[in-house]
Design a protein around this ligand. Structure first.
Ligand code: NAD
Ligand code: MG
Length: 336
């Protein structure tokens, strides 16, 4: 959590709530021990999700694509100071595309704190964000493998999987999460180049990486694909992107049926509006960015940290009967 976040009113409220919660923990523990019972576990403070994180209006801002989380105002919360693991992925080996920032970074931090070794892929321009993630994985006592490169290239995708397997000593969790999203008001403004890059990044790369990973995945392994609320409720200015997110959703369901008997589970996550670099590097118009998340019942966008638990759950053995499902998180709007 950066110092800028500490200045927001909602952050102060959270910290105030935490302080009250911590006081409550001490009193509960003390009274349980006084009564001669077993020491009570610390209580998890109740927190209101509506006031937990920043709300619009957000400062108008743009970054050249692909953008850096470290330069966003306010900085997104990826769980750096908050995510606590409990060994749910002990010994697992995970590859996460787009693991440098946003939702992929929240998954990377959570996986490491749950006991997994983690390889992340990202673009070379994102090295500053990636370095922070590598440091956090190592701080969690796990192995971090940094694999920069452009997944629009099939040969690179094959090499990425081979290098992840080599670096981690195997692979049992694959998170296809990288994506390209550029807003255009009209189909007339979507160039063939943009269309091609969106489809290559969001669909071809998922296909190439999954295909390369499949021979390495043993029964019990899990694939998680990041789709979007746009797969169900498309934004009119995200025509090409929404189309690929629909494709990811149905690829997830079809592959899940195909590989179920191999003991490999395939699920998807469909986020609504989340505060990430994708949105400030061409993913939204400035008009929409300033009021980002306002039209959800919660009245705010999600923070990447709020999805970490979902990625952990879908990867973990606890979800052993869950495959071909899409988990939505949209602050009350959208599907599934
Ligand atoms: P993000 O910008 O933090 O992550 C996207 C990542 O994609 C980048 O960090 C980059 O490393 C990677 N990437 C893009 N093009 C690449 C390429 N050619 N080669 C290698 N890597 C490339 O943003 P995010 O919002 O966390 O995005 C993660 C996923 O969440 C995406 O699939 C996105 O579609 C999805 N999603 C986001 C939102 C949202 O509101 N932020 C909503 C629904 C779905
Ligand atoms: Mg990034």
């Amino acid at each position: 959590m950066s110092s800028d976040d500490n200045d927001t009113p909602s952050r102060r409220q959270v910290m105030g709530g935490l302080a009250t919660g911590i006081a409550a923990v001490f009193s509960t523990t003390a009274s349980a021990q006084q009564d001669g019972g077993a020491p009570a576990r610390p209580e998890v403070p109740l927190r209101n999700p509506v006031t937990l994180y920043p709300k619009p209006p957000f400062p108008s801002q743009t970054q050249p694509w692909p953008g850096l989380a470290s330069k966003m105002q306010p900085r997104p919360d990826h769980g750096e100071t908050s995510y606590k693991g409990s060994g749910r992925l002990q010994g697992r080996k995970a590859l996460i595309t787009g693991g440098d920032s946003g939702i992929g970074r929240a998954a990377a931090i959570a996986y490491a704190r749950e006991g997994a070794d983690v390889a992340i892929n990202y673009l070379p321009a994102e090295e500053p964000d990636a370095r922070e993630v590598v440091a956090l994985i190592k701080e969690a006592g796990r192995k971090a493998v940094a694999l920069p490169g452009d997944i629009r290239n099939e040969a690179f995708c094959r090499k990425l999987v081979a290098d992840a397997v080599k670096g981690l000593g195997g692979l049992d969790i694959l998170v296809n999460n990288a994506a390209k999203q550029q807003t255009q008001d009209s189909i007339l403004d979507v160039t063939t180049e943009q269309f091609d890059t969106t489809v290559k990044t969001n669909l071809y790369a998922m296909f190439w990486i999954t295909k390369a990973a499949m021979p390495h995945l043993k029964p019990g392994s899990a694939i998680i694909n990041t789709t979007s609320v746009n797969a169900y409720d498309p934004s009119e200015n995200l025509l090409d992107y929404a189309m690929t997110k629909g494709g990811i959703m149905i690829f997830t369901k079809a592959l899940a049926r195909q590989v179920a008997k191999q003991g490999i589970r395939v699920n998807g996550v469909a986020p609504g509006p989340f505060w990430t670099p994708l949105q400030v590097s061409g993913g939204q118009t400035q008009e929409n960015l300033v009021k980002f998340g306002q039209d959800t019942p919660m009245g705010r966008p999600g923070q990447p940290a709020e999805l970490a638990g979902v990625y952990v759950e879908l990867a973990s053995a606890g979800a052993s009967y869950t495959t071909g499902q899409i988990y939505g998180a949209s602050g009350g709007r959208g599907n599934p």
